[in-house]
Design a binder for this molecule. Structure first.
Ligand SMILES: NC(=O)c1ccc[n+]([C@@H]2O[C@H](COP(=O)([O-])OP(=O)(O)OC[C@H]3O[C@@H](n4cnc5c(N)ncnc54)[C@H](OP(=O)(O)O)[C@@H]3O)[C@@H](O)[C@H]2O)c1
Length: 250
């Protein structure tokens, strides 16, 4: 029987690579983003028109409702909660509406989709949920405060829910990439935290899919960021915040 995968943020760099890989693996893919035009191009170019398109703005309750309806009516084998964006600047000076939208896309939409998918997957005792976090969540991140905190939420939330789901046959994996070569930093409007050599989206997807194949609950890619995380565990969080601001405040 054909398996089904849904990818949010499919029109971006990492989402496009997930779409290509899951289509290559024989999944019926459902792709979401805000633009029907971009989704149509993606479906045509990457899946030969086979992908099912769902346009939804995940910063809105209506868009999240649309996503829930799609998950409810399509029993998923894989859900990739990938849609997300960041902002850069001093929190008090950033547009509050945009920060709230960021929190909604990065956390509320992911939480809601995970809830809906997990119920269905648990009942069928099969499935995997990949939640895209970030190394940006490893420490408090001044000047990207909402983004860093949202990704820390994704990581901790996914690990906790994954531990609950362990005996149900459902895998929940937290994927934590370092900088990736996508439009992400253009949307952020700053290169401040674009540190080190950027990964390709395909490298992120390869690591994430290896985790699915090997039933791993957490991915950090590249692995060198494990060392960064180890340092954040030793130093006081307040000191880490000040140290991080030297990089992120540029
Ligand atoms: N690039 C990096 O360095 C990096 C590192 C670690 C983690 N990540 C995470 O990886 C994920 C994918 O990012 P990317 O690097 O591929 O960036 P990207 O190319 O900018 O893609 C972002 C995706 O999110 C979607 N999106 C943004 N706002 C949305 C909204 N309101 N409603 C629905 N969809 C929305 C975009 O869709 P439309 O704009 O077409 O609607 C797009 O498909 C994000 O969660 C990001 O935080 C990225």
């Amino acid at each position: 029987m054909t398996k089904t995968a849904l990818i949010t943020g499919a029109t971006g760099g990492i989402g496009r690579a997930f779409t290509a890989e899951l289509h290559r693996r024989g999944y019926q893919v459902i792709i979401t983003g805000r633009s029907t035009e971009k989704l149509t191009e993606l479906s045509q170019t990457v899946t030969g028109g086979a992908a099912q398109i769902v346009a939804a703005d995940l910063a809105t309750p209506e868009g999240i409702g649309t996503l829930v309806d799609v998950i409810r009516s399509n029993p998923l084998d894989i859900l990739v909660n990938n849609a997300g964006f960041g902002t850069h600047g001093s929190f008090a000076e950033l547009d509050l509406q945009r920060e709230l939208e960021q929190a909604t896309v990065n956390m509320t939409a992911l939480l809601t989709a995970t809830h809906q998918a997990l119920r269905s997957m648990t009942a069928r005792r099969t499935g995997a949920i990949l939640n895209i976090a970030s190394v940006a969540g490893f420490q408090p991140l001044p000047y990207m405060a909402t983004y860093g905190a949202s990704k820390a939420f994704v990581d901790k939330f996914s690990l906790a829910v994954g531990a609950e789901a362990r005996t149900s046959g459902v895998l929940v994996t937290s994927v934590n990439p370092g900088p990736v070569d996508t439009q992400f930093f253009d949307v952020v409007g700053s290169d401040a935290v674009n540190i080190g050599r950027a990964l390709s989206p395909e490298q992120v997807v390869a690591s994430a899919m290896t985790a699915v194949d090997k039933r791993r609950s957490r991915v950090v890619v590249p692995r060198a960021f494990h060392a960064v995380e180890a340092i954040t565990r030793v130093l006081p969080a307040s000191l880490m915040a000040r140290a991080a601001s030297i990089v992120s405040g540029r």
